[in-house]
Every structure is written in structure tokens, then in C-alpha cells.
Design a binder for this molecule. Structure first.
Ligand code: AHM
Ligand code: MG
Length: 333
């Protein structure tokens, strides 16, 4: 079989399909290179003093791990100079990062969660990087928070890297989803799957059940029915998985189906969920829809939500279409 590298794949998308231009191709290549560097840092772990806390907090008051900070720096540094970006926004930074004046600017905005699932770093469980690409609004020369507040449906590209037993890069340009595996010997991402599809039906769900007492009634009803199994209203047994790294949970769903829920809960009524719209929900919703799945906050399609804040949180229910639609139905009932 011909081995297609990420670079070859992107050049083909540009030449034959006209789905991307040279700047977007460069952007994706640079992000993939940064993910490779993050993968190497994670792989070294304790040998390079990579584990543990950084002793700082991010904008949301969450304790940062050393690898949160390192991954953020790797992505910023890699993407600053190429001339493809107007600005970057990160889960780990209060405000957008401007491109230094010494470098040319481009037409794209890049958003990322540099290290998703960071509670799993120190226990050697899969973590990942999630990214989303938007166009910079016309006439904006110094993009502030507002420039980024575009609905997920405006994304031109989204992807994630998952640092697991293999390092994978999953990518959508809005025409299906492709998966690349890092060949650690040659250092190239190799195309290993095209047109990933999420089965419409599933027998597997993912939710942090320790929050059950805080859930809203439609989610409680849905999970109760799944847990009731064969003798309950669904008439069959369901299996549960929860990695606590969204990248890993979503990747499992992309591979074999399933439904993922991080619903709104009453634990902290000020927060409309745990996951961030701009860095987690939007890119994952785009990927999941491109693979034939669905993504909602229970009431609205994630990609239609009009963002109001760069770090805003949102309820997320995504995966196999028929299950996601059922949960939406319970919210509407
Ligand atoms: P993070 O971006 O700070 O790592 O938080 C997001 C993660 C998701 O990857 C995962 O689905 C969720 O938080 C797990 O939360 P919990 O620990 O409440 O189960
Ligand atoms: Mg995250």
C-alpha cells in the first residue's frame, strides 16, 4: 500500500480538490509538528521532569500542569512566525496571543486546548491536543476576543491529536474525517484512515456518573434507562467507558461508536457545563458531525451556538446520531 504522509495528503487536497489553500496547509503542517513535539515531551515523562504541577493557575482558576504550560508554549512558538495566522487563543491564556510585529500576519485564527485531559498526565493515561481554525473577520488587524466569537459552523478546519499507545492526528477540512498515525521512526504522520464514520446506533455511553445527583432531569432519565438494561425501557444492556480525557473518549466514539455526555449540572450553577465551547465543544462537534454523528447541548446544535465569551463553558452531548437525538428529545419533552 502506498504510504501517504500528512504533507502529501494536504498537497493533494489543495491541488485536486481545492479544499485548502497554501496558508491553511502550512497551518496544519505547523500544528502537526507542534503535536509531534508535545508527543515527544509527553513520552519522556519523568525522565525529563515533565510530570507534576507548574505551580500556576489558568484564567479559569484551574491548577496548571507543567505539560499544560509546555504544550501551550510549543504551539505558540511553532505558529508565530509562519505568516499564516492573525492571532491565537488558548484555553491556558486569558486573552488572544498577538503575532509579534516582526512576523507577517495571515488570514486565520487558531484556537487550541494544548493539553486536554491533563488530570491524566501523571497517571500515564492518554491525553491530547484539540484545535480549531477560523477566518479572521475582514478589516480586523489586531484580533481581540470578539474576533474569535464565531459560531462553530464557521470553522474551516478542526482536529485533535491523541497521545496514546500511538500518537494519532484526526483532521477535518469540512469534507469528512481522516486519521494519521505518527511513525515514530521517520517522524511523519501517515494516513491510516479516511472517511471515519460513527455508527448511528450504539450500546456504549461515556459520562462521569459521580455527578449524577447534579444532573438535569432529561439526562438523569436517559442514563437511568441505559442502566436499567435488558429489563428497562430500552430492552438491552449498555456498556460504560469514561477515560476523563475528552480526546480519548471522542476517539473511541469515532472508532466504534458511542455517546459522550458532559451535561450541564447544578454543582456550580454559574457554569453551563465543564467543557469549553471554543476549545473543546466546537472542534469536536465539527469532527463528529463530519463523521456522521451529532453534537448538541441538549437544546441546540453545538455548531449553531453564538459564543459570548472566549472561555465560555457549555454542556456537550455528542456521538452516535440516534442516541444524541434521543437525549435531545428528552430535553424537548
Ligand atoms: P482539561 O481541558 O482541563 O483537561 O478538562 C477537560 C477534561 C476533558 O478532557 C474530560 O472529558 C473532562 O475534563 C473530565 O472531567 P472529570 O474529571 O470531571 O470527569
Ligand atoms: Mg480540555
Amino acid at each position: 500500500m502506498r504510504r501517504v504522509t500528512l504533507m502529501q495528503y494536504l498537497i493533494e487536497q489543495e491541488r485536486q480538490k481545492d479544499w485548502i489553500n497554501a496558508d491553511l496547509r502550512l497551518l496544519i503542517e505547523v500544528v502537526s509538528r507542534a503535536c509531534k513535539a508535545i508527543s515527544i515531551a509527553i513520552g519522556k515523562g519523568e525522565l525529563a521532569g515533565m510530570l507534576g504541577g507548574a505551580g500556576s493557575e489558568n484564567v479559569q482558576g484551574e491548577a496548571q500542569k507543567k505539560l499544560d504550560v509546555i504544550s501551550n508554549e510549543i504551539l505558540l512558538e511553532a505558529n508565530e512566525w509562519g505568516g499564516h495566522l492573525a492571532a491565537m487563543a488558548s484555553e491556558e491564556m486569558d486573552h488572544p496571543h498577538q503575532i509579534p510585529h516582526r512576523f507577517p500576519r495571515g488570514e486565520y485564527l487558531l484556537l487550541f486546548d494544548p493539553l486536554d485531559g491533563s488530570s491524566n498526565i501523571d497517571v500515564n493515561i492518554s491525553v491530547g491536543t484539540i484545535f480549531s481554525v477560523l477566518r479572521c473577520p475582514e478589516g480586523v488587524t489586531r484580533p481581540d476576543d470578539n474576533a474569535f466569537l464565531q459560531p462553530g459552523a464557521s470553522q474551516v478546519c478542526a482536529g485533535y491529536a491523541v497521545y496514546g499507545p500511538s500518537t494519532l492526528l484526526v483532521l477535518t477540512l469540512g469534507h469528512g474525517v481522516a486519521c494519521f498515525t505518527l511513525d515514530r521512526e521517520t517522524g511523519s504522520f501517515i494516513l491510516t484512515q479516511t472517511d471515519m464514520r460513527i455508527p448511528e446506533d450504539t450500546g456504549e455511553f461515556a459520562i462521569n456518573a459521580s455527578n449524577m445527583r447534579f444532573w438535569e432531569p432529561p439526562v438523569k432519565r436517559y442514563i437511568d434507562e441505559l442502566l436499567a438494561g435488558k429489563t428497562g425501557p430500552r430492552g438491552r444492556d449498555f456498556n460504560m467507558r469514561w477515560v476523563a480525557s475528552m480526546v480519548a473518549d471522542v476517539h473511541r466514539i469515532l472508532t466504534r461508536g458511542g455517546i459522550f455526555l458532559y451535561p450541564r449540572d447544578t454543582k456550580d450553577p454559574a457554569k453551563a457545563g465543564k467543557l469549553r465551547l471554543m476549545y473543546e465543544a466546537n472542534p469536536m462537534a465539527f469532527i463528529v458531525e463530519q463523521a456522521g454523528g451529532a453534537a448538541t447541548n441538549g437544546r441546540e446544535r453545538i455548531l449553531d451556538l453564538r459564543p459570548t465569551g472566549l472561555h465560555q463553558r457549555v454542556a456537550v452531548i455528542l456521538g452516535s446520531k440516534n442516541e444524541v437525538e434521543r437525549v435531545s428529545g428528552y430535553h424537548a419533552a
